[in-house]
Design a protein around this ligand. Structure first.
Ligand SMILES: [Zn+2]
Length: 242
């Protein structure tokens, strides 16, 4: 055995040890029933079948999500992994992702999205994943943007970059001094600020956590197209209201 393989073995053993140790300190809990999990999984085998999968990837005809944007904005393709209903397992998953400090939930579901829809994004030559921006204060309090976590999971599987500081969300206060803080932004439309650098991308997939009326996405698309009218846009979301 040469030195490199020996070092690699030590590394693997150490990694496994740390993983096991962290499991003892923080036993993995199922995101839905909160029961203890034996492995590094996030959902137990009892709850897995409870997931309200849309199966949109199997549709040949337009889905309810496609239809949501008809007559509003031109969209290349749309996808959502789960249906959202009050009191459903999806609500539990979103709650963990947004309020229980579980960013890994987003990454895991991002990977699940990529398993089902990654090929479509690659075939359609999506060259940027843009997580729907949240207000800086919200991001500070939560510690992360939940849609960025979903985008990370997708990006890991399909190797498409995630937008970094190309779009932001602001709160209109009417105060000039507060507006001044955002002068680094090139363009402001509605509640969104868009960097001119966005022009270098041809097909952007917007990544969201849950779509209800689609009005936030519509506003974001308008803001992007004000800067970059010819851009192709697709939508990928963890969930959509049923
Ligand atoms: Zn469970």
């Amino acid at each position: 055995m040469n030195m490199n393989t020996a070092a690699e073995k030590v590394k693997v053993t150490l990694k496994k040890y740390l993983k096991d140790a962290s499991h003892i300190l923080f036993p993995a809990q199922c995101l839905i029933c909160e029961g203890e999990l034996p492995s590094n999984n996030l959902i137990c085998s009892f709850c897995e079948p409870e997931l309200l999968l849309t199966h949109f990837e199997k549709y040949n005809e337009p889905t309810a999500l496609d239809q949501l944007f008809w007559g509003r904005e031109q969209i290349s393709s749309t996808y959502a992994l789960l249906f959202y209903k009050e009191g459903s397992s999806t609500q539990q998953v979103l709650h963990q992702l947004k309020y229980k400090n579980k960013p890994e939930t987003g990454r895991l579901f991002g990977e699940k999205i990529a398993e089902k829809w990654g090929k479509k994004l690659t075939t359609e030559k999506v060259d940027l994943l843009l997580p729907v921006p949240i207000h800086a204060k919200k991001k500070f309090l939560r510690g992360y943007n939940q849609s960025t976590m979903i985008a990370e999971g997708i990006s890991k599987r399909i190797q498409v970059p995630i937008a970094n500081n190309l779009a932001g969300k602001i709160q209109h206060t009417g105060s000039q001094t507060k507006r001044g803080r955002f002068s680094r932004w090139d363009n402001v439309t509605g509640n969104f600020t868009i960097s001119n650098k966005i022009k270098q991308y041809k097909h952007i997939a917007l990544v969201d956590d849950v779509i209800t009326t689609g009005s936030t996405l519509e506003a974001l698309i308008k803001a992007i197209r004000n800067v970059h009218p010819s851009v192709q846009i697709s939508i990928v979301s963890l969930a959509v209201t049923k």
